[in-house]
Ligand binder design. Structure first.
Ligand SMILES: C[S@@+](CC[C@H](N)C(=O)[O-])C[C@H]1O[C@@H](n2cnc3c(N)ncnc32)[C@H](O)[C@@H]1O
Length: 250
């Protein structure tokens, strides 16, 4: 890692640490309010997370999330790490859960010959005042079907969902691409073997788990999920701290 990247890594870690700093005290408050100390004391021996969760009076939480990320920076890094070969032979792309279309606009700017479609829920599209004409906009639910394309992008989508829902999304995407196509996933890959500051990883994992029922995944979990969804292989390329490119092939 060169000096500039080391600085960027440290800066990103600090931002996540400060932005989520409230989680420590909030977690402690929740632990007390949920009666976890009492449950542990009554159990009198070590308890599994599943058993602990089952003993908690937790209501179902359904929180809609729409997170803006620095797409320009992310795509710049992806292209500099993976080169333009990432989109070789690709004539059309659908950005599933593409939100405000930032990623699609960046791709079209860099590769004007690629036909890009932003695909999202109608309620998301309704709030989007910047629907520019260089990309196509499709309103639908990814659990029903995904428009056909040579490649599908899933950028920060799957971490919001549990394994069962992710399998469904990945299967819909597989049906939408041809044999030579691929699904391009941008996500955090937890790598405990690397010298990684685990605090921001664990905090974001907890936020996603509590708020959405999703989770951050390790390399092994990503490989298993993609394999179980029927893909023949996948390639994982880290390109920024806490962000990797996962290419899944049918
Ligand atoms: C975390 S945001 C990611 C947005 C964008 N890909 C990014 O990287 O900034 C998740 C997106 O998935 C969309 N989404 C959630 N459920 C969906 C569904 N069932 N079908 C299509 N899009 C969905 C949301 O509206 C939102 O735009």
């Amino acid at each position: 890692m060169d000096e500039q990247m080391q600085e960027l890594t440290a800066a990103r870690m600090s931002i996540i640490r400060y932005a989520h700093g409230f989680m420590d005290s909030m977690s402690l408050k929740c632990v007390v309010e949920l009666g976890i100390p009492d449950i542990l004391r009554k159990n009198a021996k070590p308890i599994t997370l599943q058993d602990l969760a089952a003993a908690l009076p937790l209501p179902a939480v359904n929180m809609a999330a729409s997170k803006e990320r620095n797409t320009k920076e992310i795509f710049g890094e992806i292209l500099s790490k993976c080169g333009s070969g990432l989109f070789e032979g690709i004539g059309s792309i659908v950005d599933v859960g593409g939100g405000n279309g930032e990623a699609a606009k960046e791709i079209v700017k860099e590769f004007p010959s690629i036909k890009c479609t932003v695909f999202d829920l109608p309620q998301m599209m309704k709030n989007n005042s910047e629907k520019r004409s260089e990309v196509e906009w499709v309103e639908r639910d990814m659990f029903n079907s995904v428009p056909r394309a040579d490649a599908i992008i899933l950028k920060y989508i799957l971490h919001d969902w549990n394994d069962e829902k992710c399998m469904k999304i990945l299967q819909q995407c597989k049906e939408a691409i041809p044999v030579g196509g691929k699904v391009i996933i941008v996500e955090m890959v937890i790598d405990i073997d690397q010298e990684m500051d685990m605090y921001p990883v664990l905090v974001s994992d907890m936020l996603i788990m509590v708020g959405l029922g999703g989770k951050q995944r390790t390399r092994e979990e990503w490989e298993k999920l993609i394999h179980d969804a029927g893909y023949s292989k996948c390639k994982i390329t880290p390109f920024l701290p806490l962000a990797s490119l996962i290419e899944a092939y049918p």
